[in-house]
Write a protein that binds this ligand. Structure first.
Ligand code: SF4
Ligand code: SF4
Length: 95
């Protein structure tokens, strides 16, 4: 169990996919909804002793994230933002 200095904007970006997750550790109440709903098991809870909630969410595997937005939509406290990678331009298509 660790000690947390809550950060309102922890951004984790995948170099592989370009998708990023932004977690507001101040807003997170440790309910685990996002961990349970993520279809790719990207998230995990981390125990902390200096929060009444007892835990906050952390990114476990950003490379597995498919930017489906489920975690962002289901979080009751607006503590997760999904930043999907810009779509790659199609090659060989004239403007
Ligand atoms: S759903 Fe929101 S409040 Fe609940 S653990 Fe995830 S980020 Fe935290
Ligand atoms: S956007 Fe989808 S895949 Fe990515 S962490 Fe959230 S629920 Fe999981």
């Amino acid at each position: 169990m660790g000690v947390l200095a809550p950060n309102p904007s922890v951004i984790t970006k995948s170099e592989k996919t370009g998708h990023a997750l932004e977690i507001n550790e101040v807003m997170c109440k440790g309910c685990t909804i996002c961990v349970e709903i993520c279809p790719k098991l990207c998230l995990e809870m981390v125990d902390v002793i200096n929060r009444w909630e007892g835990a906050v969410v952390r990114v476990k595997d950003i490379d597995a994230c498919i930017a489906c937005y489920l975690c962002e939509h289901e979080c009751p406290d607006f503590a997760i933002l999904v930043h999907a990678a810009p779509k790659a331009k199609k090659k060989g298509v004239e403007a």
